[in-house]
Design a protein around this ligand. Structure first.
Ligand SMILES: Nc1ncnc2c1ncn2[C@@H]1O[C@H](COP(=O)(O)OP(=O)(O)OP(=O)(O)O)[C@@H](O)[C@H]1O
Ligand SMILES: O=C(O)[C@H](O)[C@@H](O)[C@H](O)[C@H](O)CO
Length: 197
């Protein structure tokens, strides 16, 4: 089982900004999706999912061995991620970290009726390489980074979302993300929960 978006519960002022929107934090491996996504979910008071938690053992083993996933490997994974999005959109909204590298994958992550908004964490390949090389205890090896950049299709002007520079600190990136989200918000402007010291 994967973490389910919770039903009901107190809606924070900030979650009114989301108004059941689901934010997909996207980008290449090690751009900071999980780190920034968790922070955003915390600030907004909504559930968080790391889409890596929905990969099959076979997918993880394949990536760990230095082989990129095929389109067929990704299909059931993206379907499981879309199911989480569908549930989250029906409840309080949510934030998830998911590479969503190609437009075609992003289309699969937009269930009918769900308000899905993509946040692309844009990062220079050299910085991503430093981050992935320094990271400990993760299945994704640095040698797969090139394949991630080859697949990456930045957001089209007709896709819902925004790109932010992810080269600064986590806090700076999260702040830029919250501002972009507030500018595009479907709900009334409302204060965001203050950052923890
Ligand atoms: N703003 C930042 N500055 C420096 N290091 C960062 C920053 N954000 C994340 N990191 C570090 O970079 C590494 C990658 O971050 P993270 O795991 O959040 O990326 P990711 O996009 O979720 O990766 P993946 O898709 O491979 O799971 C981690 O070790 C994390 O601590
Ligand atoms: O679509 C893909 O190639 C993979 O799913 C990767 O993007 C991983 O999920 C992740 O980035 C590694 O941690």
């Amino acid at each position: 089982m994967f973490p389910q978006p919770t039903r009901g519960g107190p809606r924070t002022m900030a979650s009114e900004v989301l108004d059941n929107r689901v934010v997909v934090v996207m980008g290449v491996s090690a751009c900071g999706k999980t780190t920034v996504g968790r922070r955003l979910a915390d600030r907004l008071g909504v559930p968080f999912l790391d889409a890596d938690d929905l990969h099959s053992a076979a997918n993880r083993a394949k990536m760990a061995s230095g082989r990129p996933l095929s389109e067929a490997d990704r299909r059931p994974w993206l379907a499981a991620v879309a199911e989480w999005i569908h549930t989250a959109a029906d409840r309080s909204g949510g934030v998830l970290a998911c590479s969503a590298l190609r437009r075609e994958y992003r289309e699969l992550l937009r269930p009918p009726g769900a308000d899905v908004w993509f946040l692309h964490l844009a990062l220079d390949p050299a910085v991503a390489l430093q981050r992935i090389s320094a990271r400990k205890g993760h299945f994704m090896p640095p040698e797969l980074l090139d394949s991630q950049y080859r697949l990456l299709e930045p957001l089209g002007s007709d896709e819902p979302g925004a790109a932010v520079d992810a080269s600064g600190s986590t806090e700076q990136t999260a702040e830029a993300a919250l501002q972009a989200l507030a500018r595009s918000s479907p709900g009334p402007a409302a204060p965001i929960r203050p950052a923890r010291p």
